[in-house]
Design a protein around this ligand. Structure first.
Ligand SMILES: [Zn+2]
Length: 141
């Protein structure tokens, strides 16, 4: 079964799809504040963000893997490098939208999509602001 079939077949029916998933984790540190937020987060502060990226494939390649962890980690490191030790509000990508964990996850997802080639799909990006708070962006297959 191809991903395209799965997506084309979604007509309101819900069914379980079996797949392989792989995840890499990395970190970056940055400062931000949330414009318009009523509370602590409106003031300048920083996080040591933990970022998790999950990719998936319906079938493994000839080597028996979803995708080379090394490639995935290098791609993620490249994307995070732009935000590491930055004041996120100053970056062009966050001048219009708040640099919330949700928007950071959405941005990483969009950037990582170019590095994950079919038939592998990027499924989800999780951005942890601390040990107890995490936002996700991604899709359900
Ligand atoms: Zn914050």
């Amino acid at each position: 079964m191809l991903w395209e079939d799965v997506i084309a077949d979604r007509s309101g029916l819900y069914y379980v799809l079996h797949m392989f998933r792989a995840k890499v984790v990395d970190n970056f540190s940055a400062a931000h504040h949330l414009r318009g937020y009523q509370g602590d987060c409106e003031r300048l502060h920083g996080h040591n963000y933990r970022v998790e990226v999950v990719v998936a494939a319906l079938e493994l390649d000839d080597m028996g893997i979803v995708m080379d962890f090394r490639d995935l980690k290098l791609s993620l490191k490249d994307v995070l490098k732009e935000m590491d030790h930055q004041y996120l509000n100053d970056l062009p990508i966050f001048t219009e939208v708040n640099p919330s964990a949700e928007h950071i996850a959405e941005y990483i997802y969009a950037r990582m999509k170019a590095h994950v080639l079919a038939p592998v799909r990027i499924l989800e990006v999780a951005v942890w602001e601390n040990e107890t708070c995490c936002a996700f962006y991604g899709e359900h297959a």
